[in-house]
Design a protein around this ligand. Structure first.
Ligand SMILES: Cc1ncc(COP(=O)(O)O)c(C=O)c1O
Length: 442
């Protein structure tokens, strides 16, 4: 056994693990000690096919040389530079590279360290923008039921997953929600975008009638909702939201933390759906998950609105110690180089038909009540075990892990989002393993 495999810690008590069933985990730990391309290595020396790109972030696959090298070099050259009133070249270089691949009109980038911070930054930009424009009464933020926008107070407030909200008091005030778009009675087993549900965007107009447009700053949605269990926008839905926002002067924020960087076969979902938001939040795939980093994209109209007043004054009182950190910036550049050299930002569009066919072939497995897909995203919704919601999917997760496949579950839904380097043979391996799991009386 190599040293690496011997490095298993023998006391797991001190680490309170995030979004984890801690007691269950610590009784039967699942530890990764290595990773390369599409596979993890476990502490007991097994290979596990990564069906989820880590947590929707390792889009270029694991331990990619250009990223590793960029980090190594940067760490030896300039480790940290203060983020406020000072800079370093790579943060600017990365911002320009990001704007180059961003949807038309997105001209400026504000750095954060995570998806949650990108969301809270976007909400603050929206509120401050309305104010600098002279529309300071627009303080209300609108989210969507079942939305996931991270776990900070802003994102939690506009988010719509009850389990993530109910423990934390009153959250932000002045927030409302439109309904989610999940309609399995009408859309179950749809391949790609569902036919039914564009009219659910009209909920925004209902909220305008309730609160008045003059009180609403912005609406935030995930173009494809991921963490709630993969909800694909019905045909015409996002277009309709854009129309209503335009009609009432409401900013549209797309949370692209999981759809950014090639997940749908275009650099951003915005380009896939051909709907232009005013602000885009990103993280995850920006650095291939390797170093924490997020970025919020805005239009020049929004950016320029802040660039007034005396030049020695800070225009926007917001930022993080690690905004645009040198090593994160280097990782971002290494990641974009990898995406460019390997065509990864569009690769999902080539694989999507095969992915869709193989995913939907699981329709005949026991307890499968819906299958959904778009780009290189898939979801399999299972009938809950009576009286024990979430357990069937969790059982599937445990069994898959044992059988050498990493899947992700939320509620009784299995979500799949492999690295964009996956081959057709690995897609076969993934669904072959998953079929065995689903047939295993979970
Ligand atoms: C759409 C969306 N927004 C925000 C986040 C939060 O990102 P982070 O966990 O990096 O804070 C996530 C994480 O999954 C996400 O899917």
């Amino acid at each position: 056994m190599s040293n690496r495999l011997n490095s298993t810690p023998n006391d797991l008590r001190a680490f309170w693990m995030p979004f984890t069933a801690n007691r269950q985990f610590k009784k039967a730990p699942r530890l990764f000690v290595g990773a390369k391309d599409m596979y993890y290595t476990t502490h007991d020396g097994r290979q596990v096919l990564d069906g989820t790109a880590g947590l929707w972030c390792v889009n270029a696959g694991h331990c990619r040389p250009q990223i590793t090298e960029a980090i190594r070099e940067q760490a030896g050259e300039l480790d940290y530079a203060p983020a406020f009133q000072l800079g370093h070249p790579k943060a600017f270089e990365l911002a320009n590279r990001l704007v180059d691949i961003a949807p038309d009109g997105m001209s400026h980038v504000f750095y954060t360290n995570s998806g949650s911070e990108s969301v809270d930054t976007a909400l603050k930009i929206a509120l401050a923008y309305q104010r600098v424009k002279g529309e300071g009464t627009r303080t209300r933020l609108i989210g969507r039921e079942r939305g996931y926008h991270g776990i900070n107070f802003g994102g939690m407030s506009v988010g719509g997953i009850v389990g993530n909200r109910k423990m934390f008091g009153t959250l932000l005030t002045g927030v409302d929600h439109i309904r989610h778009t999940h309609q399995p009675d009408k859309n179950a087993f749809t391949k790609g975008q569902p036919e039914y549900g564009a009219d659910l965007a009209d909920d925004l107009e209902r909220l305008v009638n309730l609160h008045d447009a003059s009180t609403i700053a912005a609406v935030i949605v995930e173009p494809v909702a991921g963490s709630t269990g993969v909800l694909i926008p019905p045909k015409g839905y996002l277009q309709r939201l854009r129309e209503i926002c335009d009609k009432y002067g409401i900013l549209l924020i797309f949370d692209e933390v999981i759809t950014g960087f090639g997940r749908l076969g275009t650099p951003f979902a915005t380009q896939y759906f051909d709907v232009k938001p005013d602000i885009i939040t990103t993280a995850k795939g920006l650095t291939n998950g390797v170093i924490p980093m997020g970025a919020v994209f805005v239009t020049s109209e929004i950016h320029d609105a802040f660039m007034t007043g005396p030049e020695h004054l800070i225009e926007f009182a917001h930022g993080y110690t690690y905004s645009g950190n040198p090593i994160a910036s280097a990782a971002g550049i290494g990641t974009l180089n990898t995406y460019r050299d390997e065509g990864l930002l569009t690769r999902a569009s080539e694989l999507a038909p095969y992915w869709e066919e193989q995913l939907h072939s699981l329709r005949d497995c026991p307890n499968v009540i819906d299958i959904r897909n778009i780009g290189l995203i898939g979801a399999i919704e299972l009938a809950p075990i009576a009286g024990e919601p979430t357990k069937r999917a969790f059982n599937a997760f445990l069994k898959a892990y044992e059988d050498g496949l990493l899947i992700r579950t939320t509620g009784d839904i299995i979500a799949l989002s492999p690295p964009l380097i996956i081959t057709k043979e690995q897609i076969d391996e993934l669904f072959g393993k998953l079929r065995k799991v689903l047939l295993n009386n979970i």
